[in-house]
Design a protein around this ligand. Structure first.
Ligand SMILES: C[S@@+](CC[C@H](N)C(=O)[O-])C[C@H]1O[C@@H](n2cnc3c(N)ncnc32)[C@H](O)[C@@H]1O
Length: 183
């Protein structure tokens, strides 16, 4: 209910009234290919933590999850997730570099995002994607949920590659776009 009420209050920022389904969360985490040696995974647009909890299940014991969320009420819910590996960052995703520096991380092992790029200005979308690409390690995956393929070209432009998967068991059914940092 809190997700629905926050969505209705801030539909432009949240982008949807339903949160990601279990199958969607699993697909996004699988696409990120988190490894035992990974040190830091970044989540963008964590909402009330539905994907966050799935990421934590796959995260190595010594790794850190930096979860960005701009909505203060969602951040409050996220802070109740009792896991020392989770760092909740109440700020916009384009400020990623500042927080990586603050926490002593040079490079990111994977990025999983649900920020509604269709609803926010295109300029901000590019700022977020380039901020991620700059700090992703070579070979790292950027995974994004989308309800349409309107913005697919953006990932092609930023990363030079994008793979599309479709998850039927989500409300509404949605796409998972995955790009890999290759250069
Ligand atoms: C569609 S919801 C996804 C929530 C949850 N991760 C899920 O999959 O159900 C998108 C979330 O992105 C957040 N958001 C929007 N713009 C953002 C930004 N610039 N930086 C970080 N989070 C943002 C919204 O507040 C919202 O909680």
């Amino acid at each position: 209910m809190s997700f629905l009420s926050e969505s209705l209050k801030n539909l432009k920022e949240v982008g949807t009234i339903t949160k990601s389904s279990g199958p969607m969360c699993k697909k996004m985490v699988a696409q990120a290919q988190i490894k035992e040696t990974d040190k830091v995974v970044v989540e963008l647009g964590a909402g009330d933590g539905v994907i966050t909890k799935h990421i934590l299940r796959s995260l190595p014991p010594q790794a850190t999850l930096l979860s960005f969320e701009v909505n203060p009420n969602f951040c409050q819910i996220l802070r109740n997730i009792d896991d020392p590996r989770l760092v909740v960052i109440e700020d916009s995703a384009e400020h990623l570099a500042k927080y990586l520096d603050e926490h002593g991380f040079q490079q990111v092992d994977a990025v999983i995002s649900a920020v509604p790029f269709v609803a926010i200005p295109e300029e901000l979308t590019y700022s977020i994607l380039y901020a991620c690409k700059k700090r992703m390690k070579q070979g790292a995956f950027y995974v994004q949920i989308h309800y349409s393929l309107l913005t697919r070209k953006i990932y092609q432009k930023v990363f030079g590659n994008v793979v599309t998967n479709f998850v039927l068991r989500n409300l509404p059914p949605a796409f998972v776009l995955t790009s890999q940092k290759k250069s």
